[in-house]
Each structure stands twice: as structure tokens, then as C-alpha cells.
Design a binder for this molecule. Structure first.
Ligand SMILES: Nc1ncnc2c1ncn2[C@@H]1O[C@H](COP(=O)(O)OP(=O)(O)OP(=O)(O)O)[C@@H](O)[C@H]1O
Length: 365
């Protein structure tokens, strides 16, 4: 784990009654590496927090320190143009009368000397443009771009500023599901290949599961930092939807089948290839309803994703006909939801060793 000093932390201390309904309260030291998601219901203060960090809104009595620099304190308020940030919103990030290339150049011209010492060279500009896959549309006006392309141009521009903080406020929420799928890998790449710290506001568990290294969960203005994303998302065994997140690493690819093999510790699982690079970390979200159980290992070779498991506990459901089974696979939790009849037939009991089959379609990488 990297050394945590004031030089690589974002410290925020806020305790402010924003309006009659909302007390914003946050006191956290957030490591400035990777993606910190800000996750919670609508109207709970996520955007207000992001705007305050950006200097677009002054939260009274807040203290904000970024990598050792005081951006806000009792006596100081550093204006927005002197903060090393880039901000990407849901939509309308681009100047409508400029082409994508000119939008990027315009922002680069306006970058501040105190943003960063080592701005990227022209070569690196090309690298970022390639990485975000926008070369083909650089001469188009924003109105001639798809929603996904517009956001990729906005992300490119933001990234080229090489800010200390990249603030993304639900950057995918204006896109339909297909466009979201198209753009998520670019954000993953951005996270892998740049050392900028990203604050990422989202409502989506899926985006959170895919992108976040840590999460600020907010409930009616109360923010809590969680370093373990899986536990934050699925906090207790009592959760209504028995889902788990499994951390995995991409091992190998079978391009001829569009599949990839992922390692979960010593175990292996085969899934649809979403173009994550070999070696990268992904999270798999597995719901109890998508796990079935077998006492013996089925011989059919067509069955994918059979993992050795042991039963930890049985939880009869209210409908009386379903049992949720908590399993252990190589030290990790997994849930299976099966009929009480099957549980009875299989004589399921704590400690029993069996095989859990995860249906590939149920896995969100
Ligand atoms: N300056 C302000 N003064 C008083 N109330 C405000 C101010 N700014 C925002 N609010 C209110 O605070 C609440 C939180 O707003 P905010 O935009 O931060 O929520 P959010 O969690 O980002 O919501 P969403 O997910 O819907 O974007 C809203 O009810 C908003 O109307």
C-alpha cells in the first residue's frame, strides 16, 4: 500500500446545514489514488460536495485540503481557476460552436501554470486521443457527435489538463445502456493509465462495482468513507438481495469464442470478454438467484464456471419454499437461492462440500 501522507490525501471537513432538510456532514481523509466514488440517493448532497471541492460553491466553515495545499479554510478560499481540477458533468460539457479538436485545444490553452509542472507533450496528447478513441471525430462539431463521443471528448479534454483532481458528476447518466457500455472501458483505461485522482459521482451500483477503489456513501447528507467497496455495497448477510462482489483478475483470452478466463484467487472462471486488458482487476457481481448447487461435479464439459464450495449457513425465506444458502468459495462469500425441496433432497447442512455453478450471464464484470 502506498505511503499515506498529507501529500497524497484529499482532506475534507464539512458540517453545514445546507437547507431545512439537509445537514451536510463529512470528515474524511481520502487517498488520492484511483477512483473514489460518491454514491447515494438523489438529493443527498453529492453534487454540492463536488462543486465545493471544485470551488464553484463555497460551503461555509468547510475545510478542504488537496495534497497538502489548502483550498479552503476559515481564512482562505482558493478560487476555481486556481484549483488543479477538471470537471465533467452529465452533458453539455463542450462549447457548441467549436469542433472537438478546438474544444480540446481551447481548454489546453487556458490551462494554468500552477496546475501541474509536467504537462503532457504533444505526443502524449495524441496518446490520450488514441486511448479515448476520438481521432475519427476531432473535426466534428458537438452537435455532430453521439452522446458517448461527446463524453469521450470531454474526458479527453479533462485528462489533458492533468489535474490533481478529476471531478466526474454522473458522466454516463445521460447515455442509454448501450452507450454506457461503450464508454465504461474508456473510463477504466483512463483510471489505469493516468495517475489523476478521480472523484466519481454515481447512482449506479454497476459503475461503482466496476470503477471504484473506495467509496463515499452518502445518506441524507451524511458521508462515510469505505475503503472496501464490496462491503460497502453489500454490507450484511441480511441484505435483501443476496449479491456479492468477487474481485478477479483477467488471466487469458479466447478471442475465437469472445471469452476470457478470470482468476478469483486460485479459482478460475470463464466469462464474456469485455475487452479488459490481461492482468487488470475486475469485479463480478453475482446474485444468489444465479447460483445453482450440485453435490457431485457434473461431467458435461459444456458446463462453465463450476467452483468448489462449502455450505456456511442456511436461511429459510419468508415464502417458506425458498432457502438462501451462504457458501464459502476459497475464503470468499457467495449466496445461492434454491428451493426448500432441493435443499432437503441434497441434505444441505453447514460444512457440506459441494459444487456451485455461476451462470455466466449473471455476472457483471
Ligand atoms: N446552495 C444551496 N442552498 C440550499 N440548498 C441547496 C443548495 N444547493 C443544493 N441544494 C439542495 O440540496 C439538495 C442536494 O442537492 P445535490 O445536487 O447536492 O444532490 P445530489 O445528491 O447530487 O442529487 P442528484 O443525484 O439528484 O444529482 C437538493 O435538495 C438541492 O436542492
Amino acid at each position: 500500500m502506498p505511503n499515506r501522507t498529507q501529500d497524497n490525501m484529499l482532506s475534507v471537513d464539512v458540517h453545514h446545514q445546507l437547507n431545512e432538510h439537509l445537514l451536510l456532514s463529512l470528515s474524511a481523509e481520502i487517498p488520492m489514488q484511483g477512483v473514489c466514488a460518491i454514491f447515494g440517493e438523489s438529493g443527498t448532497g453529492k453534487t454540492t460536495l463536488l462543486r465545493s471541492v471544485a470551488g464553484l460553491f463555497e460551503l461555509p466553515d468547510a475545510s478542504i485540503k488537496v495534497a497538502g495545499e489548502v483550498w479552503q479554510s476559515e481564512r482562505t478560499f482558493r478560487p476555481v481557476h486556481k484549483r488543479s481540477i477538471a470537471y465533467v458533468m452529465q452533458e453539455d460539457n463542450l462549447l457548441p460552436h467549436l469542433t472537438a479538436r478546438k474544444n480540446i485545444n481551447y481548454a489546453l490553452k487556458r490551462r494554468l501554470n500552477n496546475f501541474s509542472n509536467d504537462f503532457w507533450s504533444l505526443d502524449s496528447t495524441k496518446n490520450v486521443i488514441d486511448m479515448m478513441g476520438i481521432e475519427h471525430c476531432l473535426e466534428r462539431l458537438p452537435e455532430q457527435l453521439s452522446g458517448g463521443e461527446k463524453q469521450r471528448v470531454a474526458l479527453t479534454r479533462a485528462l489533458l489538463l492533468k489535474p490533481k483532481l478529476l471531478l466526474l458528476d454522473e458522466p454516463l447518466s445521460a447515455l442509454d445502456d448501450a452507450r454506457k457500455e461503450e464508454i465504461l472501458p474508456y473510463i477504466e483505461r483512463l483510471k489505469l493509465l493516468s495517475d489523476t485522482c478521480i472523484l466519481y459521482v454515481t447512482h449506479s451500483k454497476r459503475e461503482l462495482a466496476r470503477l471504484a477503489d473506495r467509496v463515499l456513501m452518502v445518506d441524507r447528507g451524511q458521508f462515510t468513507l469505505h475503503e472496501n467497496v464490496s462491503e460497502a455495497l453489500f454490507p450484511s448477510e441480511q441484505a435483501l438481495t443476496k449479491e456479492v462482489l468477487l474481485e478477479a483478475r483477467v488471466k487469458t483470452k479466447q478471442p475465437e469464442w469472445g471469452l476470457q478466463d478470470l482468476a478469483i484467487g486460485d479459482l478460475s472462471i470463464r466469462l464474456k470478454d469485455n475487452n479488459e486488458p490481461i492482468g487488470s482487476k475486475v469485479r463480478l457481481c453475482v446474485a444468489a438467484k444465479d447460483v445453482s448447487l450440485n453435490l457431485a461435479k457434473p461431467e458435461q464439459s459444456s458446463i462453465l464456471n463450476l467452483l468448489p464450495a462449502s455450505v456456511v449457513s442456511l436461511h429459510p425465506m419468508q415464502d417458506k419454499f425458498t432457502v438462501d444458502v451462504r457458501l464459502d468459495i476459497a475464503g470468499r462469500p457467495l449466496w445461492a437461492s434454491i428451493s426448500r425441496y432441493s435443499a432437503n433432497e441434497m441434505n444441505l447442512r453447514p460444512g457440506l462440500e459441494l459444487w456451485a455453478q455461476i451462470k455466466a450471464a449473471a455476472i457483471m464484470a
